[in-house]
Design a protein around this ligand. Structure first.
Ligand code: CDP
Length: 218
């Protein structure tokens, strides 16, 4: 399957960059973080215990997620704005650590990519677990200060509080048992701290071109 995997921690520039790469290479974009956020939304909506892996897994299987461009619909309700709230930020990494939830999200992500004939997929475990055969895997990082500042520029809020929230999510995401946040062995790690968006896009587009021509030669 023709997949570009874009993984990395919060605020490393994944969303902006993966969207622009998708436009540049003409492949659809899948935001897998929005899917986990959609399940967190359903958990809060239904008052399910966020620590109960089986109950949240069951809810994940029953919840209908529809991703359309930049919008997310959860059981027919537009959740595009609500999934970016501080409340969802504090729940999403807890529910994303549950194996039954991850199994369901992985299935849905693979189906989405198969229905769309490939894509640029943004997440935490795309290159390591969901699409280990991706044509290109990039892992975007940036210093914690840069990441927190980017989030403040994007959505406002208090810098200290946002830095804490990101650090807490990073910790949960990288220490969980099931598909923790980490670069795949064959990924290209790009530190975006001092790079412009255009420069990162150019690097990825070139890597993709090289990877595709290697595939053709095989
Ligand atoms: O946009 P941001 O980087 O802040 O986060 P996101 O991509 O929307 O992902 C939100 C959360 O979903 C992450 O902190 C992870 O806990 C979880 N997630 C995951 O576990 N696996 C993925 N493939 C994508 C997101």
């Amino acid at each position: 399957m023709r997949v570009i995997a874009v993984d990395g921690p919060a605020g490393a520039g994944k969303s902006t960059i993966a969207r622009l790469v998708s436009a540049k290479v003409g492949m659809p974009f899948l935001d897998t973080g929005a899917m986990y956020r959609g399940i967190a939304f359903a958990v809060l909506r239904d008052g399910v215990d966020q620590n109960d892996a089986d109950a949240v897994g069951q809810l994940a299987r029953l919840t209908e997620l529809v991703l359309e461009d930049d919008a997310l619909w959860v059981d027919g309700a537009d959740a595009t704005q609500s999934i970016r709230s501080a409340e969802i930020n504090s729940v999403v990494s807890v529910i994303a650590a549950h194996s039954p939830v991850r199994a369901e999200m992985r299935d849905q992500q693979r189906l989405w990519i198969s229905n769309h004939n490939g894509g640029v997929v943004e997440g935490r475990d795309i290159g390591t677990v969901v699409f280990p055969d991706a044509i290109l895997k990039v892992f975007l990082t940036a210093s914690p200060t840069v990441r927190a500042n980017r989030r403040v520029e994007q959505s406002g809020g208090d810098a200290v509080h946002i830095a804490e929230s990101i650090a807490q999510r990073d910790h949960l995401d990288s220490t969980r048992q099931d598909s923790p946040l980490m670069p795949a062995e064959d990924s290209v790690v790009i530190d975006t701290s001092e790079m412009s968006i255009d420069a990162v896009i150019d690097v990825i587009a070139q890597l993709f071109k090289d990877a595709e021509s290697r595939q053709v030669q095989r």
